[in-house]
Structures are given as structure tokens and as C-alpha cells.
Design a binder for this molecule. Structure first.
Ligand code: ADP
Ligand code: ASP
Ligand code: MG
Length: 457
């Protein structure tokens, strides 16, 4: 079997869902299971509704919901025609009514909890998957809707829930495998799951890729296809640098570093389940399905280029901890990292000197509280609007002088922290966020003006 995942833009409207159906139909012989995202931008809108309700703006919340309802009804009607639309309309209506009830409830209680936020955020995939399943069935695909919340079992870390693989795999064997064996095409909304007790959760923004990988690993897929709006993984974000080239093949390790450091085309957790089962992951363009995309596998061919790609991760905060009092005290680093751990805040990059430690974290609402706790140990300052730029490639391991080449390509840029990754396949550094476009395009010009045709297209 194979897994095919269609992202938000690949199901954004009737035409897109129609294209997705055509792509799936081509692969019926390979027994696909399909994962879909919410229609493009809907998750953002659901979170905006939740926020509006949380701040007692009832009218705004319900107006946003009304607009989303209309968009889904129109999409479904366009896809299905009046007769088939009427068959699923009651279900769509029930979902939107329960969304509205929830929003009113949040307004009434005057508080938006992470738990309720996850229920609201999950409506996008719950509903898109029902519409896609109906549309696929009408287009000669024996689709069967599967509720992602019943298959993907997670912990209760709302907003970024962690899958519980043993339980999830058991449910996939129970609920999804029999459908495949009966010649059906299971179709499930990504991003959503629930705890063992049945409380709705989400896997974090962009998490439908992760759902696809969980499904692929749980069902021993031959490959996982991620269908999106670009031709594959590119040498950098094509939105940032139009000269970006497609990478034909890349290793799991390289792709994981890129995803982690901001290449939004793939959710950072996606590759873990695929790596464990050694399942190839393909990135493909639903608007250009003939293009062979990017193939991510355990080992990728050597490239003549120094790097495979450049990623940039914005919204970074740099926290500097200066501890003259604690000079060389053992246990000091541990006490610092304990503070981040207590706030469940992951740290990306670290640099140390004798008396100071700088770390980068994703900007988030806990920073002030983290700084206050760190302030009990040492002097602390923090600064947001930073970005990490990261160059990735296995050639870094054995190319002397490569860092010098990187920094001489951007002589005019203020660089704050530098790390040549422990994995030996990335060089990353921190800059001011507004410098990102300039830095990325300078580096791209320096390292990708000519590309190895065996590896890049
Ligand atoms: P989907 O909705 O299909 O999941 P996303 O918006 O999450 O799609 O990811 C696709 C987007 O990722 C592209 O449109 C592109 O702007 C961005 N992107 C960032 N870095 C890269 C990269 N290195 N290669 C390809 N796309 C990238
Ligand atoms: N719809 C979710 C999001 O926008 C998940 C996804 O698209 O992968 O984050
Ligand atoms: Mg995505």
C-alpha cells in the first residue's frame, strides 16, 4: 500500500479536490490510503475564531465561522452537484453547528483553554475529509471516510500532541487495514488525533504530513507521497528566492534538518516514522503531477555542490544568560536547561563561553516567564525578531574551509551565533529577521548558481 497526503492548497477548492481525485485514481492499483489537510487557510481561520471567542468577541467569531461554513458548502456543492451535496449536507451542518455551539460556549465561559482550542482547530480536517471522501466516491474511487481522531492516539499535550505509536498502530490495523484489504481507499483528515480517553488533540501546525507518516509506518507503506503546491523540496524556499532549484533526491538526515530549520514543505516530525521503517517519502506537486518531485531516502547520491539546501527559520528569540557569580560552577548549565524544560520550551541552538550561555528558542508567550525564572540564577536578556539560517548537506563533513566560504558570501551581515551542527551536516547561524531575504539570496547565488545535474533539476 501507499500513503498519499494532500496539503491545504491541494484541497483548497473544488478544482483542487478534483485534481487530487484524478491523481489518486491513477494509483488505485497501489492501494492508496489518503490523508487530507483542511482547505487552505482554514486552520488559521479556526484559530482566529477561537481567539475571538476567547476575548469575548462573539460577533467576530460567529462571522468567521459563517464565512467558513459558506466556503465549505460552496466547495462541496461545486464538487458534488445538488443531489449528492444534499446527502452530506446534514453532516456538514451538524459539524458547523457544533463549532458554533463551542464558540458560544467559549464566549459564555470567558476562557479559551488549549484543550478547547484543539477541538476548534480540528474542525478543518474533520470537514475537509468528509467532503473529499464524498467527491472521491463520486469520481470512481471507492473511498471510505475514516475519523482521524479515532485512529491517531496521542498524549494530552494540546497543540502539539505526541502520538502513542503502539495504540495507534493497533487501531490502524483494526480500522484501516481491513478497508485496504477489501479494496477500499481509506480517506482521513490529518493533523487530528485524540487521547486514549477520546479527548480531541492536534499534532501541531503543519501536522498532516506527520499524520501521513504515522499512517505509512503503521501500515508498512511502500512509500509516502506528500502532495503540495511546489515541485518538491527545493534548494531554498521558492517563495523567498525564485531561483530555487528542485532537489531530485535527498537523504532522510538532510531533509529532517531542513524541515527542522524552517523548510515548511515538510513538518519536522514527519520523517521519524519513515526513517524507522525505511519508507521512502516523495514530495510532489498536485498542480504539476507529471513532475517527478523529490525523493527522500535513507541514502542519497553524493552531490558536487557543497550543500543541498538553505533553510530559514523566523520568529526566533535569542536568550542570553550571563553568570559572573556562577563562574565555572558545575551544574549551572543543567539548572538553566531545567528552566526551559519546566516551561516545555525546546531549545534549538546553544553557544557558551566561560560566563555566558546564549540559546535560541521559538518566540512564544512563555518567554517572559522563562526569563523571570532564569533571572533567579543569573543576569538575563532576550531579544526577538531573530532568524536562524541553516545550510544543509552531507558534503559539509568532508569539505575543509566550508564555513569560511559561507561567511565570506555575506560579508555585510551581522551574525550573532554560529553552530556547525552536531550532526555534521548543517551550518547554522542567527541573524536579524529582516536580513533573511538578502542573506538567503546571497547564499543561494554563491552556492547554487551552478548545480550538479545528477542531484538537482
Ligand atoms: P501544504 O499545505 O501542502 O502542506 P505548505 O505550505 O505546508 O504546504 O508547504 C509548502 C510550502 O513550503 C511551499 O509553498 C514553499 O513556500 C514552502 N517552502 C519552504 N521551504 C521550502 C523548500 N526548501 N522547498 C520547497 N518548499 C519550501
Ligand atoms: N491544517 C493544519 C495546519 O494548517 C495541518 C496541515 O495542513 O498540515 O497547520
Ligand atoms: Mg504543510
Amino acid at each position: 500500500m501507499i500513503v498519499m497526503k494532500f496539503g491545504g492548497t491541494s484541497v483548497q477548492d473544488a478544482a483542487a479536490i478534483d485534481r487530487a481525485a484524478a491523481i489518486v485514481r491513477e494509483r488505485l492499483r497501489e492501494k492508496p490510503a489518503v490523508v487530507v489537510s483542511a482547505l487552505a487557510k482554514i486552520t488559521d481561520q479556526l484559530l482566529a475564531m477561537a481567539a475571538a471567542a476567547g476575548s469575548s468577541d462573539r460577533d467576530k467569531a460567529l462571522e468567521l465561522s459563517r464565512a467558513a461554513r459558506e466556503r465549505h458548502y460552496n466547495t462541496a456543492l461545486d464538487l458534488l452537484g445538488t443531489h449528492a451535496f444534499e446527502q452530506i449536507a446534514p453532516e456538514l451542518e451538524a459539524d458547523f453547528n457544533s463549532l458554533d455551539d463551542l464558540l458560544r460556549g467559549v464566549v459564555a465561559v470567558g476562557e479559551l483553554t488549549p484543550r478547547t482550542t484543539d477541538v476548534i482547530a480540528g474542525f478543518g480536517e474533520r470537514i475537509s475529509s468528509k467532503i473529499a471522501a464524498a467527491a472521491f466516491s463520486q469520481r470512481d474511487i471507492p473511498a471510505q471516510h475514516v475519523d482521524g481522531r479515532r485512529c491517531i492516539v496521542t498524549d494530552a499535550n494540546f497543540g502539539k500532541a505526541v502520538p502513542q505509536f503502539e495504540e495507534t498502530n493497533a487501531r490502524l490495523s483494526q480500522m484501516v487495514r481491513p478497508l485496504l484489504e477489501n479494496g477500499r481507499v481509506p480517506l482521513m483528515g490529518g493533523f487530528i488525533g485524540s487521547t486514549r480517553e477520546g479527548v480531541s488533540t492536534t499534532l501541531g501546525r503543519g501536522g498532516s504530513d506527520f499524520s501521513a507518516a504515522i499512517l505509512g509506518a503503521g501500515l508498512n507503506a511502500q512509500r509516502i507521497e506528500i502532495w503540495t503546491d511546489v515541485d518538491g523540496m527545493m534548494t531554498t524556499d521558492p517563495g523567498l528566492c525564485p531561483q530555487a532549484r528542485r532537489i531530485k533526491t535527498i537523504s532522510f538526515e538532510e531533509a529532517a534538518e531542513l524541515a527542522y530549520f524552517g523548510a515548511k514543505v515538510l513538518h519536522p516530525a514527519t520523517l521519524l516514522p519513515a526513517i524507522q521503517k525505511n519508507i521512502p517519502v516523495l514530495i510532489l506537486n498536485s498542480r504539476n503531477p507529471q513532475c517527478e518531485g523529490t525523493r527522500i531516502t535513507a541514502t542519497a547520491p553524493k552531490s558536487k555542490n557543497a550543500f543541498k539546501a538553505i533553510a530559514a527559520k523566523k520568529r526566533i528569540t535569542v536568550v542570553d544568560v550571563v553568570a559572573t557569580r556562577m563562574l565555572m560552577a558545575h551544574g549551572f548549565l543543567r539548572s538553566i536547561f531545567e528552566v526551559f524544560a519546566n516551561h516545555r520550551c525546546p531549545v534549538d541552538m546553544v553557544s557558551t563561553s566561560e560566563v555566558s550561555v546564549s540559546v535560541t528558542v521559538d518566540s512564544n508567550e512563555s518567554i517572559a516567564a522563562i526569563a523571570a525564572d532564569l533571572g533567579k540564577l543569573a543576569d538575563v536578556k532576550y531579544e526577538g525578531r531573530k532568524a536562524i539560517v541553516c545550510l544543509v548537506g552531507e558534503n559539509i563533513r568532508n569539505t575543509p574551509g566550508i564555513a569560511a566560504k559561507v561567511f565570506s558570501a555575506i560579508p555585510d551581515v551581522n551574525i550573532q551565533m554560529i553552530s556547525q551542527g552536531a550532526s555534521e551536516i548543517n551550518i547554522s547561524f542567527v541573524i536579524d529577521e529582516p536580513d533573511v531575504p538578502h542573506v538567503v539570496s546571497q547564499l543561494h547565488r554563491a552556492f547554487f548558481s551552478e548545480v550538479d545535474p545528477d542531484v538537482f533539476a
